[in-house]
Ligand binder design. Sequence first.
Ligand SMILES: [Zn+2]
Ligand SMILES: [Zn+2]
Length: 267
Amino acid sequence: MPQRLSTFKKYLKLAGGLLFVPKCPGCGEVMPLSTVTDREGVLCDRCLDKWYQEKLTCCKGCGKSYPQCMCPTDALLEAGCGVLISLVPYDKNARTSRNVVSKLIYEIKDTKNRALTDFLAFELASALEFVIRRLGAANCVVTYAPRSNKAINEKGHDQSYLLAGAFASLLELPFAKCFRRVSRLFGERTQKELDESERILNARRSYSFNPKRAQFVKDKCVILIDDLVTTGASLAACTDLLVKNGAQSIICVTVAASIAEKEEKEK
Ligand SMILES: [Zn+2]
Ligand SMILES: [Zn+2]
């Protein structure tokens, strides 16, 4: 970016900060204005520490820290995706330190928080940089599991699209929307209100592949982005479609992964 434009953008951000008092999305604390232009400045020091602590959590399946763990969920493995990379564990029931992660996830679902999305995309890109270098950037493309149309209408944005777009531009990888959402099977019930078999069935009928993207994914390693993985049913449905459309391999990448799922793998 030309220097003048980036300086202008910084001023705009600062001016925005004066109009909308910046708050830490992890705890709600009002942030000093000077931090608004830093990438890490999106979180207060305490929440940033907690975020890095969460990243050190070990996967119970392989013993590695979360960003290094590649263990897929059973649903993903069955669909043909052998690698799932998530940055931090997600526990919707935890009340203390893990709360930061769920607050950040809800923040990007509920609001179009650019600074937080950029921070998370940078964190994802850092975790994937090594893998992509080994695979060769020329062989990799990026797509994402889209949010439901109903949620997009309600919230006004698709957090996975924003994350995946920012991630792809950081790593200079081709990025395209490959999936469309189609009507759901179980009426008004949301994915999290369904049991596992219903989730898989629902997810399978929730996505369709855009045939115009067949060339985009053919013989490529497709990096499939989402904000959160629980059972992996949604990502498995997308993986299935990517495999059917000629993708060579699929790496699922999410900000957070449900702890219950990783503990399940131990048994
Ligand atoms: Zn905070
Ligand atoms: Zn693991």
